[in-house]
Write a protein that binds this ligand. Sequence first.
Ligand SMILES: Nc1ncnc2c1ncn2[C@@H]1O[C@H](COP(=O)(O)OP(=O)(O)OP(=O)(O)O)[C@@H](O)[C@H]1O
Ligand SMILES: [Mg+2]
Length: 496
Amino acid sequence: MTNFLVENINHIKNLSRSEFESLYEFTQVLNTASGQESLIEDAIDIVIKVINAERGLFVKYDDLTDTFAIISARRISNESITDLHQFSSGILQKVIKEKKPLLYHDVMSDPNLSQFESVQIHRIKSVIGVPIVRDQKVWGVIVADSQLDRREFTEENLLFLSFFSNLVSLALDRILKMEELEKENQILLNRLQSTEEVPEMIGYSPVIRNLAQLIHKVAQTDATVLITGESGTGKEVVAKAIHALSKRKEKPFLAQFCGSIPDSLLESELFGYKRGAFTGANVDKQGLLEAADNGTFFLDEIADISQALQAKMLRVLENREIIRLGDVKVKKIDVRMIAATNKDLQHLVKSGEFREDLYYRLNVFPIKMPPLRERRDDIPILAAHFVRKISGKDIPIDTAAIKKLEAHYWPGNVRQLINVMQRALILCDSNKIYVDHIILEEEKSLENFNGTLGEFEVLLLKKRLEQFNGNRTLTAKSLDVSVRWIQLKLKELGIQ
Ligand SMILES: Nc1ncnc2c1ncn2[C@@H]1O[C@H](COP(=O)(O)OP(=O)(O)OP(=O)(O)O)[C@@H](O)[C@H]1O
Ligand SMILES: [Mg+2]
């Protein structure tokens, strides 16, 4: 038998039928209390009801500092709270010591208590203190007073309150444990969100970590997301991640690149068509938006769509409705929309090129991708990541090479970094990537080359090697030189 039962079995035996029934009622009240506060409120009400008191108070006890704090009060004005608190401090001390309910009769004639103003003003005759215990310590005390001299309140009645006090303590224990667990759970969830990676998105910089949190949050909703950012910053990576982290992950993720595609083609791709809608439409065809039903649709480069298509897209975003070309039937679709652009949509709205209403429909949850140069901390791990991904090996990158990567402006962002690492891998011969293997094409490109003949030779050689994935035989053939010449040249350049 649990301690609780052993302690209380005798109390139960001594309860009258009506007390027992009241207790049964109280247990139900206490069991439904979902938080500390509601439990305390309910408990005060019950004590007031049982002893027919006029006023009630709950004080929390801090055993470390041996102090009390008033948490809740009933029918007590603010001014008399301090007074009541003072006069009841003797009672509180005693309750804490004995850990059981105590009742004082005839308070007015007790010289220790009658000096208090509230006792005189409110003509208090009796006071009761009921402890609420947690982990064998008094956690708080319910104090109630009455203008009646409750001499009829016997020791047996106190037993009832004692039993009640134990029940409240049990309920409190349950609630506090629950509250602690909830808090812990919240902290853990939060921690998970902040460290949990976004699929395919590498980066530990504060910007990327914030972004990861945002992505995790928005993925849980169906909100339309507008991803903006320079070319190669990972807009598509984010769109896919939102889908993969959402409840739609098992459903399709479909994307349509909207840049530089003839309007009619784009429209039939997105909306589908009915047979006979135009020459060549021999069968009914479902559009991508329809095919993405229950899933996610990614409108890539949304800034490039025509005014006519903008109006049609507005309808999709507003009503989730589509009409196939040449059809009259309206179809409902359930699709989460994500759009991306590297253009300044707001600017396009101002110049009248992009519909304002569509812009607001898209910009429900904006995500701005930072350019790589604004998160240079991530460059070393990104570089190492791509080396591993491309070569399948962990090829070390020399410090000077890393420095060069970190110092670059990266107009092409992550995509450009991938290209640079790919080139470096071809040139490095699987040993180690040195600074010479890092070729940043902005410095020297074949188109607007204005260097010396020797430099041109080197540049052309590197480009061809890159083109043929480092294959020296093919490179030699394309340059109409011998493989030996290539080997010598590379040796001369310090490229292994
Ligand atoms: N944080 C990242 N971690 C790993 N790979 C990344 C990251 N960001 C981008 N990439 C990679 O960089 C390349 C470019 O990313 P993505 O296509 O998503 O960019 P984008 O913003 O859509 O570019 P664009 O505007 O040119 O379409 C992809 O190969 C992608 O996998
Ligand atoms: Mg893209």
